[in-house]
Design a protein around this ligand. Structure first.
Ligand SMILES: Nc1ncnc2c1ncn2[C@@H]1O[C@H](COP(=O)(O)OP(=O)(O)O)[C@@H](O)[C@H]1O
Ligand SMILES: Cc1ncsc1CCOP(=O)(O)O
Length: 274
């Protein structure tokens, strides 16, 4: 693909504004990561102002990592305005199977946004919980063995009506009909908090409603995962451990160009249609 019409180049030109209601642990990484990738991050949480903020945004990220009842109210408020304005919504269901508050909040968010453009971006344990209603996670980590991860992602998409981005050694992106599997990344990603949260932010950036690239949401989200994986691979080459890796990852997000992303996509990515 020509560099002039890559979606990453369009992101860098348009700098979509990505509104986040997110956790207190990884917020700084998400802001710096979105900036490095070419977008414009915004973290606005107060119930009294989230709706006004969403009105200005091109994507909304809702991450339940450090959920409180007050944050849950802000999330619902923001989500309802996003539905009304056609702002794409990416929900990161961090450790959803672990507590009732997380499950109830996610159910409320999904019910309030039926029919809207919604993506659920989570690790295998989180997506498995959505498909099978069985929690096999450990805290906010998603280490688990699921033999048929692709089937799990497809089932979760069919049951929730959402685009599913399931992260892990392989990232699986599915809308229940079309599925893309991405094999990229590095094991150091699991040694650094926030790579899963950042996967959601980057997905939101590629799905921003100001972008005109002629790709379906599955293909856009797949590019987001490939970008993260490619940058992680390059960052790992010059890292001594997870500390330098975190810094190098931001550098590589700045440095990657649209042409290289499209080239690797064309070489490595296979689509499966059910
Ligand atoms: N062993 C690994 N090899 C390659 N990529 C990985 C590995 N572990 C995690 N990743 C990548 O790290 C990011 C976060 O995924 P994951 O660790 O599943 O999320 P979480 O932090 O929410 O548990 C994804 O982009 C995923 O592809
Ligand atoms: C450690 C932790 N605790 C609550 S949220 C959070 C961050 C989780 O980040 P990620 O899902 O990207 O690993």
């Amino acid at each position: 693909m020509n560099q002039d019409n890559s979606v990453l180049d369009e992101i860098r030109t348009k700098k979509p504004l990505i509104h986040h209601i997110t956790n207190n642990v990884t917020m700084m990484l998400l802001a710096n990561g979105v900036l490095a990738a070419g977008g414009s991050p915004m973290m606005v949480h107060a119930e009294e102002e989230v709706a006004e903020a969403v009105a200005a945004a091109q994507s909304l990220v809702i991450n339940i990592g450090t959920l409180t009842p007050s944050a849950a109210r802000s999330m619902t408020e923001a989500l309802m305005l996003a539905v009304q304005k056609g702002v794409p919504i990416v929900i990161d269901p961090v450790a959803v199977g672990m507590t009732k508050l997380r499950q109830n909040t996610l159910n409320d968010l999904l019910s309030a946004s039926e029919g809207a453009m919604r993506t659920l971006c989570g690790n295998a344990a989180e997506i498995h919980f959505l498909a099978e209603k069985e929690w096999k996670g450990r805290g906010v980590d998603g280490e688990m063995n699921v033999r048929h991860l692709t089937n799990v992602a497809e089932k979760a998409a069919q049951q929730t009506g959402c685009l599913i981005v399931m992260t892990g050694v392989k990232d699986i992106i599915s809308n229940g009909k079309k599925t893309i599997i991405i094999k990229s990344g590095h094991e150091l990603m699991a040694k650094m908090t926030g790579t899963g949260c950042f996967a959601s932010s980057l997905t939101a950036l590629f799905l921003a409603n100001s972008l005109t690239a002629k790709l379906c949401p599955v293909q856009k989200a797949a590019r987001a995962m490939l970008m993260l994986g490619m940058c992680a691979e390059k960052a790992a080459q010059t890292s001594e451990g997870s500390g330098t890796f975190a810094v190098r990852l931001l550098d590589e997000l700045c440095l990657l160009n649209g042409n290289d992303l499209e080239k690797r996509y064309d070489e490595c990515v296979m689509e499966r249609v059910i």
